[in-house]
Ligand binder design. Sequence first.
Ligand SMILES: *[C@@H]1O[C@H](CO)[C@@H](O)[C@H](O)[C@H]1NC(C)=O
Ligand SMILES: *[C@@H]1O[C@H](CO)[C@@H](O)[C@H](O)[C@H]1NC(C)=O
Length: 283
Amino acid sequence: MAVQFTQYVVVVFSIIVSGTDGLKEVEVTVPAAVRVGETLTLVCKFDLEGEPLYTVKWYKGAKEFYRFIPKELPSTKIFPLPGINVDISKSSPNEVVLRNVQPEVTGRYKCEVSSDAPNFDTKMSSGYMYVIETPLDDPSMIIDKNFVDIGDYVSGNCTSLPSYPSTNVTWFLNGKRVQDSFQKKLEVIPEFYSSKRKYYVTTSGIDFQITESTLQNGKAVLSCVANLFNIYRGERKEILEEAKPRPRPSSVLGPRDDRSGTRKSKRSIASFMVTLMFMSWYR
Ligand SMILES: *[C@@H]1O[C@H](CO)[C@@H](O)[C@H](O)[C@H]1NC(C)=O
Ligand SMILES: *[C@@H]1O[C@H](CO)[C@@H](O)[C@H](O)[C@H]1NC(C)=O
């Protein structure tokens, strides 16, 4: 009992001590993703609760690139890092503006704040930022058949062109999300891209069975979407068409359809033409 009591006392005591610390949590806001060449703002919020500020330092990974010391003149110091161009005129103790960001700017950004005497307290926080490069075109889709019957299996692949980082590829059948059968990310180093970093080609597979509900008026729309955060979205669509159109409810009234072979083949030629037109529209 006695041991437990002292532990409680210590806990309560340390809460009181930390409560008197001036510097409260440091909060960092960095964009999750930006495009090459963009200008962005890194935000560092902190509350000193009346204590004097000693420094604000910004790091990319382990390397410092920005330091603010109000007691010194000039109060702002910049340490050069590849791809990082700080706009000093727009930066403040709470905000650092980076212009024309380059691929190598991708990384973890940390803000470290220290209070001056008497406490010399230091707190930090960080966030990760991607400088992205989007695929140069929409994804491509290959499916093993466009004409289907109920019960058929359809398989296909969707591939997005090189990007950094890799895209998320998702499938939709008639607008509804469908689970992929695999997702593969290949590392590539294309020569025509701006930097020598690795890019990724993402391929996603699909394998599903056609059911009554798949075909709506004899058709289904299969699409695949490649996403990079909320910045890029590329889409490719294919139309699946019923190979042997089922009799329409109206034809139940009369068996005429089955009598004339020539009419039937004319009709299927017509529907084939319509399908070709649809396919070329959607390409
Ligand atoms: C999709 O890719 C897989 C693996 O690369 C391959 O085995 C399959 O034949 C492809 N499917 C189609 C429809 O091209
Ligand atoms: C991919 O999707 C996951 C889960 O939704 C998400 O956390 C991640 O940020 C996405 N990646 C990209 C590059 O968009």
